[in-house]
Structures are given as C-alpha cells and as structure tokens.
Design a binder for this molecule. Sequence first.
Ligand code: SF4
Ligand code: SF4
Length: 348
Amino acid sequence: MNLSSRKVLSILKRTLTPNRPYHAQWMLTRRCNYRCRGCNVWRNQENLEELSTDEVKKGLDALRQLGVMELVLSGGNPLLREDIAEIIDYSSQSFITTVYDNGSLASQKIDALRSADFVAISLDTLDEKKNDYVKGVPGAWKKAMEAVETLQKEGISVGVSPTISQLNLHEIVNFTRYFTDRAVPVWYCLYWYDQPVEDRLFGIGKRIDEFEIRDREAMGKVCDELLAMKKERQGVFITAKTLVALKRFFLEGQRTWKCGALQSFVMVDHRGRVAGCHCREPVASVFELADVWDSPRFEGLRKEYRKCDRCAYLCYIFYSLHSGVLSNLEIIRDQWKNAKSLWTERRG
Ligand code: SF4
Ligand code: SF4
C-alpha cells in the first residue's frame, strides 16, 4: 500500500470516529511580510518565539492521535519558516494539509509545497489596485497571480482564497467564474473582526468600517449564485450547508449553527498553545491536548462556547456545521469531485 492510500484509509478511520476535533488550524508563526488592513497579526508582534521543527512534529503526532483529519497551516506567513518544507512534508503524511500564502513566497517555495494537498493563495479581487490597497503592499496582486500560474504549471494543487467583504462582495461571483474557468478552485473567507476581550489566543481581525458587509441582500444573492455554480462546475470550495447557513445569517440574522470550538475544531498558535478559537483563551498545550480532551474542564468550556455568538469567521462556521461523523460524510459527498481529484493526483 502506498503512502497516499494509507493516508486516505487513516483519514477515513478518523472521519468515522465520534467526538474528535476533525479540523485544526496551526498558526505556525506570527511573522508576516504583508500589512493587510483588516489584520492585527502584523500589528502585534510580541512573543514571536516559535516551536522548533521537532516540537512541531511532536505536536502534529499529538493532533493525529487525537483524531484531527484536516489541518490548515497558516500564520503570519507560514512560508517564512525556514523548516516549512519539512513541516509540510510531515503534516501531509497524516492530514489533508492546506498551506496558506499571501502570494508573495509560494513561487520561491515550490519544492516545499509539492507535498501539500492544497495551497491557498490569498487574493481578494481581480482589481489590481484594490487588492494591493487591501493587502497594504504594492505589487501584491501581481505576485499572487504569478504564484497561482507558477504553481499550477508545476502541478501543485493551488487555489485562491478571497476574503469576502463589502469591498469585493459584488465581484465574488465573477471572481469565482474567472478562476474556476481556469481550473483554479476558490476557497472563501469572510471578513470579520475580533471583539475586544481580555484573554485570547491572539488577535487577527481588525474592525474596518469599509470592509464590514452592509449589503445583506447582495450577500444573500452571492450565496444563491455560488450554490447554483456548485451544481455546474468544480472548484467552488464551500459546502452547500455552509452557504445556506450564511444566507440565513445575513438575511434573517439567524445563527443556524452552534459553535463547535474545542469540539470539532481547535486552534494552535506559534508557541504550541491551543484554544477553541483564536478569540478564546489558551487552555492547553498541543502536547497535553489528548490528556485533557475528555476532561470535565473541557466539557464545561465546550458548553460555554456552544452558546457563544461573538464571531462569524467563515472557517469556524464551516467547522461548526461539519462537526460529527455524519457531517464528515456530508463534506466528502459535497466535495467529492474536488476531493477525488486531489486524492487521485496524490496516488502513486
Ligand atoms: S492577513 Fe495574513 S497575509 Fe495579511 S498581514 Fe495578516 S497574516 Fe499577513
Ligand atoms: S463563536 Fe465560537 S469561534 Fe467565535 S468567538 Fe465564540 S467560541 Fe470563538
């Protein structure tokens, strides 16, 4: 049995094991070479010390043993880590591994990215000027477009990841059409900002009025159009369940999900600290997570988080909606064509 077949079987086993954190995001570093307007990461550069390569690998072992099946490596910019090739390679042996880049480094790290299941290049719009304004760096759009082209030529599974905000809301459907026409999948984020709280893992989203989605009807329409596009083309990387929930949230103000922080997903920071989400306090280290996962303390925290309505970051909504064995099977069904093409490419 080759590595990919072993990996698929092992992931399927974890998929079918109940009460596990199926999704994890590991912010490997807080360092970043961009200055995105809606982001607090580059503004807060305290405690930059990171785990060593061996410690990260040990942490990845711990997440695998706990049942995580899908892992997102992000930051800051994770590609700024010198050992990123080794980390991606190790992670990809156990998890469906996605690596984020803001578009600036992927072309220089081709060999490191070969073993990733998916590389997401952050790109918000086809409008060069607007994109560079959002990213706070001149030339960001050009670099991101070049990175997508280069990675695609190299046979790496690359997609683009726009953050939907009021600034690009009316472009998202065309943006999706443009890239999926070129066999580049689109993986969406949603602009949100952190509430002021005393104790949290770290800050990400900064409140910017011009980004906040005011045109709720238009957002509902985008959800409808993406739902329709999913039926006719591959590469629209958002589940139907998530789109339906998002539409109700924007049009009716209803949260049809209960937050699954510390239940179906966890966040890990550059120091190996774990929290339910980045807006919550660290509650364990990644190395001890398995020991405390079934503890009464964690049960209490889960109950508290289930009632929380402090944020609507899209990844957390997705993880919350897909939080059980049946939902995992739904993801596989919903994304079957995409998953199949990814896994087929990895076989052999
Ligand atoms: S959004 Fe990402 S790329 Fe932009 S500054 Fe923040 S961490 Fe860096
Ligand atoms: S809703 Fe969930 S993900 Fe958002 S802040 Fe609350 S606990 Fe965290």
